[in-house]
Design a protein around this ligand. Structure first.
Ligand SMILES: Cc1cc2nc3c(=O)[nH]c(=O)nc-3n(C[C@H](O)[C@H](O)[C@H](O)COP(=O)(O)O)c2cc1C
Length: 245
């Protein structure tokens, strides 16, 4: 079994990849292995809400990239209207040879007790899909592959178009699009909050409570919205002032 240091190395090695080698295909065997791991993810009540749509056809992928780019327009417009400026990462994933669309069936929520379904059915549903998605990213990393979350896949326009165009039944919900391929470069690790800052012993430690000012500083220095505090563009992964996720 994997020991804790190997697990830590895997988790540290995984990066969100936003640029892919156009000339290097991903063997089907890799995709099979990745999805065979994803299906073992934990889920509320073992409801296993996930299904995966694997898209390899170049024309189909291009169409998806087109949907993505089109939905970016109103996202940018909304950012400009409210924040006065906007920068959203482009479709750096366009060259990934495989797209996996993670979809979920909320009818599995019926497997929960009535109260659980009423109070947190949706939360459990999303958590299950997130668990499977994380396993896809980790499994891809072990195979030397890069992967990315493309959350806008379920934005109103893109989600609707994907559903219509890929023939996804009405009752299913789109969760994430995951491009997979060989990375053109390995970006540096974005900063993470220290253990000291996030762990509270015995009870919540008031000294660690963040003020609104602390939070603004954090957003500007550690998150993608603040380009992880980096001053200059560092390629595909950089997104200064990004409104991206
Ligand atoms: C729920 C969720 C949504 C995300 N959505 C996007 C996205 O739409 N586009 C993108 O490029 N990255 C997306 N990311 C990736 C994050 O930006 C990334 O995980 C974070 O910046 C840390 O970088 P790392 O994954 O390389 O450690 C998302 C990640 C999560 C967990």
């Amino acid at each position: 079994m994997l020991n804790v240091d190997e697990l830590a190395e895997l988790v540290r090695t995984r990066r969100t990849i936003r640029g892919y080698d156009n000339d290097r295909d991903v063997p089907e065997e890799c995709i099979q292995k990745i999805l065979d791991i994803a299906r073992l993810a934990p889920s509320g009540g073992n409801g296993q809400p996930w299904e995966f749509i694997v898209i390899r056809d170049p024309e189909m992928r291009q169409r998806i990239v087109d949907f993505y780019q089109k939905q970016t327009e109103d996202k940018l417009e909304m950012e400009r209207a409210i924040r006065g400026k906007a920068s959203i990462g482009g479709a750096g994933f366009r060259n990934a040879p495989v797209f996996i669309l993670v979809v979920g069936d909320p009818r599995v929520n019926q497997c929960y007790p009535i109260r659980t379904n009423l109070e947190k059915g949706n939360q459990h549903f999303i958590s299950g899909l997130a668990s499977a998605t994380l396993l896809i990213h980790l499994a891809a990393t072990t195979l030397g592959l890069g992967s990315q979350w493309v959350s806008d896949a379920n934005s109103p326009y893109m989600g609707t178009m994907l559903k219509a165009w890929l023939g996804i039944p009405e009752e299913l919900r789109i969760y994430e699009l995951i491009p997979i391929g060989y990375p053109t470069r390995r970006p540096p690790a974005p900063p993470r909050r220290s253990l000291e800052e996030i762990v509270h012993r015995e009870r919540y430690e008031p000294a660690k409570r963040r003020t609104d000012e602390d939070m603004q500083k954090f957003i500007q220095t550690m998150t993608r919205a603040g380009n992880y505090g980096r001053s200059k563009s560092t390629g595909e992964n950089a997104s200064p002032g990004s409104s991206d996720q």
